[in-house]
Design a protein around this ligand. Structure first.
Ligand code: SF4
Length: 203
């Protein structure tokens, strides 16, 4: 079996729920990011250095230089990873409309796999249209970017809260498990921790 070059099955928060991840480098792939760039948790720690950083940079490079091969490699690796749930962007975001179209194509190719992502790229998703997304691609609008005013609360969304007691009724706390976010939850709460105490991110 060949080594995975884009898909990751090692994220500690996701692994317990059997979720695979596809990641891009943070900040440079986040057209909707605002002040979160300064505090982005994906820009610190293990994710920001060495192999993890290079892994993400190579993924971005492949998308930019050969999007067809990017898509084909993902088809092969998503199949090989064998997970029922795939998260786009534990770091990074939807970089462009053509990128989103590849996300859509992959969801259509794997109708039995649930794909999901948090995003601050609201302009791009609006251009495609929430109503045009396949049933198995869940896009969760994340507050804290520069285009929060474009968030449509008729579709899934997520907010960061300082403390558990700040979470209003009706939200699902996904701080410790992304499983509800990936499946049924539509109002998602994440408790800030560590660098996120400076807030602004769910992605
Ligand atoms: S917090 Fe999310 S949107 Fe903001 S820079 Fe980091 S990965 Fe990008």
């Amino acid at each position: 079996m060949s080594k995975l070059t884009i898909v990751s099955v090692k994220n500690s928060k996701l692994i317990k729920d059997g979720i695979a991840a596809i990641n891009l480098p943070p900040a440079i792939t986040c057209p909707g990011a605002g002040v979160c760039k300064q505090y982005c948790y994906a820009q610190v720690g293990r994710q920001a250095i060495g192999p993890a950083k290079n892994f993400r940079l190579r993924t971005l490079e492949l998308f930019k230089t050969n999007p067809k091969q990017f898509e084909q490699t993902l088809k092969k690796e998503i199949h090989q990873a064998g997970r029922r749930i795939v998260r786009w962007h534990d770091s990074g975001d939807i970089i462009s409309l053509s990128y989103l179209k590849i996300m859509v194509k992959l969801a259509e190719h794997f109708p039995d796999i649930k794909f999901y992502t948090y995003t601050k790229s609201h302009k791009i998703v609006l251009k495609f249209g929430y109503e045009n997304l396949p049933h198995n691609l869940k896009i969760i609008q994340s507050y804290g970017g520069k285009d929060d005013h474009l968030i449509n609360t008729n579709y899934p969304f997520a907010r960061v809260f300082e403390e558990e007691e700040d979470i209003p009724e009706g939200y699902t706390d996904c701080s410790n498990s992304d499983y509800p976010a990936a499946t049924t939850a539509t109002k998602i709460a994440i408790i800030a921790h560590g660098i996120r105490k400076k807030r602004f991110t769910t992605t």
